[in-house]
Design a protein around this ligand. Structure first.
Ligand code: C2E
Ligand code: MG
Ligand code: MG
Ligand code: MG
Length: 276
């Protein structure tokens, strides 16, 4: 009765697909209400140089539901990208980043702020104009910001993306390739785009320095970035051994739990004021 079992299997598969689709729908609906209900906030995670001096921070979105539970960005950002909600969210993040930068300046800690920008935002015709407007309204210099994009963006519509990157770079915005090395794109784009930084993905750092292959990949990225004149941030630094390894290998900037968890702005300012 393999046939019957197969049919059952197929039915079960469809049921679980349906359940997953329903969950996505609900999540999408809840997310569009979340912005209006004040359930979204931004955390900031410090980036330090090889000496441990704070040089920047990455803005990371947080969604705390009314019942107190957190939805991780790895779950809701893809939904926001599918529904288009990422467009209003992205603008909101940009304005939050401007406010954060103003607060940091006022507190005497003018850190460079990194913002994750989704491909969907880039594809929007008004993207460059909206970014310019956000900076004009806040009076914050675009030089204070790094836009993090993933390699996925670069395989899409290369000419359109590069044109927009150049327009934004002309304003003073800097560009970083997030999760570098995990995408499928060829490395050719590295010399064609106005880039400032590569972020070594935490999956490579996880294997460093105890695994020879992981370590070789990190060293290769560091050497390449050096040749191309790009700044590097190594992500997911959790151990002293990782930090020591990087101190001996190119001294990139570092971001990870070893230095600082992602924190609300006020907590980050308090930490910076304490000088740690
Ligand atoms: P990402 O941009 O690669 O951000 C780094 C992620 O690594 C963050 O996860 C951060 O909390 C985590 N992380 C930092 N240090 C460590 C460490 O030492 N160990 C480990 N295990 N993890 C560490 P998070 O906050 O959950 O965000 C996940 C992803 O969601 C981000 O990855 C980014 O792709 C996306 N995301 C977050 N906020 C935004 C946003 O405002 N806009 C967009 N478009 N995407 C966002
Ligand atoms: Mg990022
Ligand atoms: Mg990353
Ligand atoms: Mg990521």
């Amino acid at each position: 009765h393999a046939k019957a079992a197969g049919r059952n299997g197929a039915a079960m598969f469809e049921t679980s697909m349906l359940a997953a689709a329903e969950r996505q729908l609900t999540l999408g609906r809840d997310l569009s209400a979340a912005l209006a209900n004040g359930e979204l906030s931004m955390h900031l995670q410090l980036q330090v140089d090889h000496a441990g001096t704070p040089v920047g921070a990455e803005m990371l979105m947080r969604w705390r539901r009314g019942d107190g539970t957190f939805v991780p960005p790895d779950v809701f950002i893809p939904v926001a990208e599918t529904t288009g909600m990422i467009l209003p969210l992205g603008l909101w993040v940009l304005r939050q980043a401007c406010l954060a930068r103003l607060a940091l300046e006022a507190a005497g800690h003018p850190l460079q702020l990194s913002i994750n920008v989704s491909p969907r935002q880039f594809r929007q015709p008004e993207f460059v104009a909206q970014v310019r407007a956000a900076f004009d309204e806040s009076g914050v210099p675009p030089q204070a910001f790094v836009f993090e994009v993933t390699e996925g963006l670069l395989v899409e519509d290369f000419d359109m993306i590069t044109t927009k990157m150049r327009e934004l770079a002309a304003l003073g915005i800097r560009f970083s390739i997030d999760d570098f090395g995990t995408g499928y794109s060829s490395l050719g784009y590295l010399k064609k785009m106005p880039l400032y930084e590569l972020k070594i993905d935490k999956s490579f750092m996880r294997d460093t320095p105890h695994d020879a292959n992981g370590t070789a990949i990190v060293q290769t990225i560091l050497a390449m970035a050096d040749h191309l004149g790009l700044r590097v941030v190594a992500e997911g630094i959790e151990t002293e051994a990782q930090a020591r390894f990087l101190a001996d290998n190119g001294r990139p900037c570092m971001q990870g739990y070893l230095y600082c968890r992602p924190l609300p702005l006020d907590d980050l300012v308090a930490r910076l004021n304490r000088g740690v």
